[in-house]
Each structure stands twice: as structure tokens, then as C-alpha cells.
Design a binder for this molecule. Structure first.
Ligand code: NAD
Length: 499
């Protein structure tokens, strides 16, 4: 059976730890590979390699660093199908969606190819007599990223692209549940010409994460995962004096006003709720119908659409979505459906205990629709992260707006309407980081930035876009004076002012 090693200093390294994790194929339920789980000593070796390589890399001019990313983009496009198949075989998402996962990461790489421009600072000539002021962005040194299972290509690229383009060396700790495609990406970076030691991949679990958080030579940590762990990572990293951004879980609402184009809204909501089996932090697991007739129409149409979905293997070209990532995760999702029913929700479409003929061992669960969900329910309060759509009802937009605003998570939200005034008011007042108007999954494009509010994000700089560049750099501001020969010399004991 295949065993995944670490990639340190440009080489596959087994490391000193003998702990291994199982990597499943969720389509069959079988273990398909093993992954090495690093010790703190293994992380320290990766950091040593990164420290040795980083000074020369940061002194390489930014255009040459960008050329490595241009070549990496070419290699990703060359290998797109093979990478997507590898990704789908561990995650369970369908092939077209796996390609989307890679493509969204690639778009951040394209953004990072502009690093010569993105690092440019500001300049003021003549701020005082003979005085010029300029600012420059400098790399931090060695930085690290810790990523979740659900976007094993996109999220590593969100972090690695801007960080290495800016001249840092990177320690990447991918999810131990979906490590293979991330490992291939790291190999492709080397093939693209990245010097050994600039991107080091360390596989592992909490032991490796804690070692990263405690290592004194790692200057910044980017984390994406569930909220409790994001919060703990943020607390520990910042207590250790590191810069940290930690993105967490989500419970995104789709609000449908009576004037919405219902055909479009239903099509959008079904795709966003059930795509990738709901295992996206920008999925739309809650739909809020405003007005009784909207609720009646939505319930009927959503039920019909959910019943018509095809659940299948990742490589089934007709499947709308595939299995979830693990047997434990499927059991957790089913327990939330049971809980919702106990809490008084009405089970309209039941996806529990779905056995796919010929693939009974796979971690499949069917589309589920719950109606009459209310704010007091724990099944509403918590993130379920499965193909479960919860329908809520309100009489007014005001009541609907209060739901995502009061929720513990504030990642994404979508409003479906034809009313520009209502949309503007909604965008101004909703307490959520990423807002869509007639856009079900408002993941910002690569040259904006991604980040949620409240328990969906800890830290104040978001992923990618200019925030990504800011996160992985620090600003230096130089005030310089070149006095003319013969200018008066003398001490001043007053703070310099512009008077
Ligand atoms: P997770 O929190 O279980 O794992 C994320 C990372 O943390 C992994 O690398 C894992 O090895 C590590 N980890 C796990 N347990 C740990 C512990 N006790 N201490 C330290 N590190 C630990 O998340 P997941 O299940 O892999 O991913 C799904 C979650 O990620 C969902 O909550 C989803 O909403 C969230 N997510 C958020 C975003 C975002 O940008 N806001 C994007 C994608 C996923």
C-alpha cells in the first residue's frame, strides 16, 4: 500500500515518527493509502531547511519568483485531470467539482504572479528639506499553513501562492484525510523551479500543528478548519508572538424574497446546498423563505429538486454529488438529522441510510430537506457540513435579516430578489463577511479577499488578494535625508514636526 512521506528540503523524507494515519477512498470505504504523521522533531527539520533556503529566495528578484509561479500554472493545467482524479478519490467530490477546487486555487496563483507590482511601496519626495520617505514590503521569513480536508488543492494554494511569491519559505501541513493532491502540488512546485526548502510539506495531525504553533522560528500561521480548532490555534499562535489568521466554520443563509426569480433561486440553492455533499464552508445549508406563499412554493420545488438528485461515485459523470469524507462524518451528519427531528423540524426528504448498489461500503448519504426549522434548535445553531438543507420561514425581510446577523457564524449569505432597494439595505446591515445578491456562493475572486466574521474567522487579515500579500509581509518605512553640502548642523531636542 502507498505511504505518503513528507517533502522537506526538496526530498521525500520519512521522518523520525513511526505514527501513520489511514487515508480512505470514501467511494468504497476502503483504506487506500497511509500517511506519515510528523513529530515535533520532524517539524523542526522542515523549519531548519526553510530557514536555510529563505534568504537567497527573498533576494531573488520578484519577477524571477513570479516566473516559477507562471511555470507552476502551466504544470497544473497540464496535469489537471490526473490531479482532480486524485483529489476526488480521497475527498469524494465529483470530478468536475474537483477541477473547480484546483481552478480556484490556480486563480490565486495567477494573482500572485503579479507580485512585482503587488510589493511596490509608496514614495514621497520632499517630505521635508532634502527628505524623502518610502515604504517597502518585506517577507517575514518562515511561515506556515494548516489546511482542512474539504479543499485540498484550493486552500493550500490560497496560502502558498502569495507567501512564496512575497519571498517567504513555507511549512505546509495539509489535512491528514486528503493529503495526496496537496503532496502532488508541492512536487509540481519543485518541477516548476522552486528552490528546495522554500515549500516544505509536513503531513500530520495535532502533534504537527502544535509543533508549528510553538516553533520560535515560524513567524506567521495561516489556518483554515473548524471554529473550535481555529480559535485554539489563533490563541496559541498569538500567545507565542506569531501573526495568525484562522478561518473557521460556517452556516450560510440563503434568503428568498417574494419577488425573487424562483426558478433561478431554486436552481442556485440546490446546487449550493448539495454540491460537494454540503462539505463547503460556503455551502448554503439554510434557506429562509420570506412570506407564506414563498415558503409554500419553495418547499414544493426544493423537495422535488432534492428528490431528483443523483448521488454517485466521484467518477460517475452523471452524479450531482459523491460520498462524504468518512464514516464518522456520515454518522455525525445523520445524528444531526435525528436531532432536528427530535427538536421539532419536519423531515421532508430523508437522505439517511443511503446504500449505493454495488458500493455499499462507501460513505454515501442522500440529499435531506428539513422544514419548519427555528432559531432555538441546536441543529440550526451548529454547522452540519453535509447534504442537509434547512428551511426556515419569516413574514418580513427584517426578521430574515436578523437570522444570519444573530448567528454565531458569519461566513457567507445570499439574498434572492429583484428589488434593488431591499438588496442595498440588506448588504449594508447584515453581519456577515461575504454577501451574495442573486449569487449563491459569493466566494470573492482572487484579487479581492476571502474571510468571514464572528466565529467564522479569527484575526484581522483575510485570505488571498491584497490581504494575503499584507499577511505574509511586513512594511518598512524609510525616511531619508540627503542634506546639501554646507547645510547648518545642530542638535534639536524637539520631536521633528512639519512646522
Ligand atoms: P478540522 O478543524 O478538523 O481540521 C483542520 C486542520 O486542523 C487539519 O489540518 C487538521 O489536521 C488540524 N487539526 C484537527 N484537529 C486538530 C486539533 N485538535 N488541534 C490542532 N489541529 C487540529 O477541519 P476539517 O474537518 O478538515 O474541515 C472542515 C471545516 O473547515 C469546516 O468547519 C469548514 O467550515 C471549515 N472550512 C472553513 C473555511 C473558511 O475559509 N472559513 C474553508 C474551508 C473549510
Amino acid at each position: 500500500m502507498r505511504t505518503l512521506s513528507h517533502l522537506i528540503g526538496g526530498k521525500a523524507v520519512a521522518g523520525e515518527s513511526d505514527r501513520l494515519g489511514d487515508v480512505f477512498d470514501p467511494n468504497t470505504g476502503q483504506v487506500q493509502a497511509r500517511v506519515r504523521l510528523a513529530s515535533a522533531a520532524d517539524v523542526a527539520v522542515a523549519v531548519e531547511n526553510a530557514k536555510l533556503a529563505q534568504p537567497a529566495w527573498t533576494q531573488t528578484n520578484p519577477q524571477r519568483r513570479a516566473r516559477v509561479l507562471f511555470e507552476f500554472k502551466r504544470l497544473l493545467e497540464r496535469d489537471m485531470t490526473a490531479l482532480a482524479e486524485l483529489l476526488a478519490s480521497e475527498h469524494g467530490k465529483v470530478l468536475s467539482d474537483a477541477k473547480g477546487d484546483i481552478q480556484r486555487g490556480l486563480e490565486v496563483i495567477e494573482f500572485a504572479c503579479g507580485i512585482p507590482h503587488l510589493l511596490k511601496g509608496e514614495y514621497t519626495r520632499g517630505a521635508g528639506p532634502g527628505i524623502d520617505v518610502y515604504s517597502a514590503r518585506e517577507a517575514l521569513g518562515v511561515v506556515a499553513g494548516i489546511t482542512p480536508f474539504n479543499f485540498p488543492a484550493m486552500i493550500p494554494m490560497w496560502m502558498v501562492g502569495p507567501a512564496i511569491a512575497a519571498g517567504n519559505a513555507f511549512i505546509l501541513k495539509p489535512s491528514e484525510r486528503t493529503p495526496s493532491v496537496t503532496a502532488r502540488l508541492a512536487e509540481l512546485m519543485l518541477e516548476a523551479g522552486l528552490p528546495p526548502g522554500i515549500l516544505n510539506l509536513v503531513n500530520g495531525d495535532k502533534v504537527a500543528v502544535d509543533a508549528i504553533l510553538d516553533h520560535p522560528d515560524i513567524k506567521a500561521v495561516s489556518f483554515v478548519g473548524s471554529s473550535d480548532i481555529a480559535q485554539a490555534v489563533y490563541a496559541r499562535a498569538t500567545a507565542n508572538g506569531k501573526r495568525c489568521q484562522a478561518m473557521g466554520g460556517a452556516k450560510n443563509h440563503g434568503i428568498v424574497l417574494p419577488d425573487a426569480d424562483l426558478d433561478q433561486a431554486v436552481a442556485d440553492i440546490v446546487g449550493a446546498a448539495y454540491g460537494s455533499a454540503g462539505e463547503r464552508c460556503m455551502a448554503l445549508p439554510v434557506v429562509v423563505a420570506v412570506g407564506k406563499s414563498t415558503a409554500r412554493a419553495l418547499r414544493a420545488r426544493l423537495a422535488e429538486a432534492a428528490e431528483g438528485l443523483r448521488v454517485g461515485r466521484s467518477l460517475d459523470p452523471d452524479a450531482h454529488f459523491g460520498p462524504v469524507v468518512s464514516a464518522q462524518h456520515r454518522a455525525r451528519i445523520e445524528s444531526y438529522i435525528d436531532m432536528a427531528v427530535r427538536e421539532g423540524a419536519e423531515l421532508v426528504v430523508d437522505g439517511r441510510r443511503l446504500a449505493l448498489q454495488g458500493h455499499e461500503g462507501g460513505f454515501f448519504i442522500g440529499p435531506t430537506l428539513l422544514d419548519h426549522v427555528t432559531p432555538g434548535m441546536r441543529s440550526y445553531h451548529d454547522e452540519i457540513f453535509g447534504p442537509v438543507l434547512q428551511l426556515m420561514r419569516t413574514d418580513t425581510l427584517e426578521e430574515a435579516l436578523a437570522l444570519p446577523t444573530a448567528h454565531q457564524y458569519g461566513n457567507g449569505v445570499a439574498l434572492f430578489t429583484r428589488d434593488g432597494d431591499a438588496a442595498r439595505e440588506f448588504c449594508d446591515r447584515v453581519e456577515v463577511g461575504m454577501v451574495g445578491v442573486n449569487v449563491p456562493i459569493p466566494v470573492p475572486v482572487a484579487y479581492h479577499s476571502f474571510g468571514g466574521w464572528k466565529r467564522s474567522g479569527f484575526g484581522d487579515l483575510n485570505q488571498y488578494g491584497m490581504d494575503g500579500v499584507r499577511f505574509y509581509t511586513r512594511q518598512k518605512i524609510v525616511t531619508q535625508r540627503w542634506p546639501r553640502a554646507g547645510a547648518a548642523v545642530g542638535s534639536s531636542f524637539v520631536i521633528p514636526t512639519m512646522n
